[in-house]
Design a protein around this ligand. Structure first.
Ligand code: NAD
Ligand code: UDX
Length: 470
């Protein structure tokens, strides 16, 4: 597990987000002899990385950052300076779904990646390994290579694909003990230089070497397969509700088949997060681009099923509450797209809140890690729709019908219903006896994650509805 490169590796990572920050913190932690500079164009984000309150909430992250920060881990806005000093540059910037032009709503927006390639080229006077850490469409490395090589003939760039497989909420465990590290490239020397970094803590047999295109495509495929499992079990949840089968029992029964396996079979209000939808839509776009419409339609159905699941949850709330939620207080428990993260990107909660606000429900939202401003921004963004402008009516609705509470109990006080959107552990341990006393009757609970003890809650008097249970 020792390094074998001649010159010491010096890393610059462009993009201090949910991937760049934790990943580089782990490299700095495990490789004290490697200098790691994490850079970002956003000065506020860098200031937060240098503060006590990191911009990313992830269990265990702060301890790792604190230990390496100022030693061999630095967060800075000096992009050119950090590139010049480095011999290995990671590109870890956002690749959101395009909202304009060709491929809008499907293709990945690669402007930030291209900008990084240009910035690296402009600020390099020595050879560098350039590592794609962002999730990218297959064959992006071709463009990255062209941009890099068109700048100067004197500097040699080797481009590698090294997609990240961490999941938010468990990022530090995933980084510490990954299932695999994937490195794609066509220079075996460059591949081994990057493998040497990981070999400081990851066994060599977990480091997979492939060609560039296989590596880029494997990342999209992995996310598509994972999301497909969630959509598959969510599709079955609808049938369970109609037939009296219990989706958790069905998932338990099929998950024992070693060919299926137990993971990613938890029925829910729908998957969220910055990756699944974006990466599947990107895959769909690629399939269309390469003249494979049947393959594109096949994968698109995974996203459509997810939209259906979110909408099904909202409509079930309205139907059960006597077909009207107008001016009824509904407590929204959880706003993040899963527990143990402050990330709300594509969270199912945003969509369900939008639907309930359209029905004029009064929402009181509580999430232990998401800031009030973020909640308000997310709702305003979704409600405004594609033109980005809120009407006066929408502005008023957001003002008068959305409150943010400081605790789950406060949110539920006087409410007609609780809608549990994120599976935060604290919700399972809430004092339901006293919550029941404080609510309007009948007191409804809509458990969008199937984490509450429905028998116990029914015993208290709640009218509880779970996913995939009649
Ligand atoms: P993010 O939005 O949290 O962070 C991206 C950062 O890049 C932002 O802080 C932004 O200011 C910065 N940036 C943009 N352009 C820049 C430039 N030219 N120079 C320097 N900084 C720049 O995004 P993220 O969640 O960290 O995702 C990054 C990539 O990793 C995406 O391609 C994503 O698909 C992929 N990925 C994400 C996850 C995840 O769980 N979030 C997991 C695996 C892979
Ligand atoms: C995902 C991939 O898991 C990770 O490998 C990749 O690097 C980034 O995308 P992430 O989106 O952070 O990670 O979280 P993940 O645990 O995959 O959950 C995604 C969504 O699916 C969440 O909303 C989660 O609640 C939901 N989900 C997951 C379910 O509804 N049921 C499940 O069984 C699993």
């Amino acid at each position: 597990m020792t390094k074998s490169t001649q010159e010491p590796t010096k890393i610059c990572c462009l993009g201090a987000g949910y991937v760049g920050g934790p990943t580089m913190a782990m490299i700095a932690h495990k490789c004290p002899e490697i200098d790691v500079h994490v850079v970002d164009l956003n000065p506020d984000r860098i200031a937060q990385w240098n503060s006590e309150k990191l911009p990313v909430y992830e269990p265990g992250l702060y301890d790792v950052v604190k230990q390496a920060r100022g030693r061999n881990l630095r967060f800075t806005t000096d992009v050119p300076g950090a590139i010049r000093e480095a011999n290995m540059c990671f590109i870890s910037v956002n690749t959101p779904t395009k909202t304009f032009g060709i491929g809008a709503g499907r293709a990945a927006n690669l402007e930030f990646v291209e900008k990084c390639a240009r910035t690296i080229a402009e600020n390099s006077d020595s050879d560098k390994v350039v590592v794609e850490k962002s999730t990218l469409p297959v064959r992006t490395a071709e463009s990255v290579k062209r941009i890099l090589s068109s700048h100067s003939a004197k500097v040699k760039f080797d481009v590698l694909s090294n997609p990240e497989f961490l999941a938010e909420g468990t990022a530090m465990e995933d980084l510490r003990d990954p299932d695999r590290i994937l490195i794609g490239g066509d220079s075996s020397a460059a591949i081994e230089k990057l493998a040497d970094v990981y070999k400081n803590w990851v066994p060599n047999d977990k480091i997979i070497r492939t060609n560039l295109w296989s590596s880029e495509l494997s990342k999209l495929t992995a996310n598509a397969f994972l999301a497909q499992r969630v959509s598959s079990i969510n599709a079955i949840s609808a049938l369970c509700e109609a037939t009296g089968a219990d989706v958790d029992e069905v998932a338990g029964a099929i998950g024992t088949d070693s060919r299926i396996g137990p993971k990613f079979l938890k029925a829910s209000v729908g998957f969220g997060g910055s990756c699944f939808q974006k990466d599947i839509l990107n895959l769909v776009y690629l399939c269309e681009h390469f003249g494979l419409p049947e393959v594109a339609q096949y994968w698109e159905q995974v996203v459509k099923m997810n939209d259906y699941q979110k909408y099904r949850f909202s409509t079930r709330i309205v139907k059960k509450m006597f077909n009207t939620v107008s001016n009824k207080k509904i407590a929204i428990w959880g706003f993040a797209f899963k527990k143990d993260t402050n990330d709300t990107r594509e969270s199912a909660a945003i969509y369900v809140c939008r639907d309930l606000l359209e029905e004029r429900a009064k929402l009181t939202i509580y999430d232990p890690k998401v800031d009030i401003d973020q909640i308000r921004r997310d709702l305003a963004y979704l409600i405004a729709g594609p033109n980005g402008e809120l009407t006066e009516v929408q502005k008023e609705l957001l003002q008068t019908h959305v409150t943010v509470a400081k605790s789950a109990e406060e949110a539920a006080d006087g409410a007609h219903a609780i809608a549990l959107m994120t599976e935060w552990d604290e919700f399972k341990d809430a004092d339901f006896d006293s919550i029941y006393q404080s609510m309007m009757k009948p007191a409804f609970v809509f458990d969008g994650r199937n984490v509450l003890d429905s028998q116990k809650l029914s015993g208290i008097g709640f009218d509880i509805e779970s996913i995939g249970k009649a």
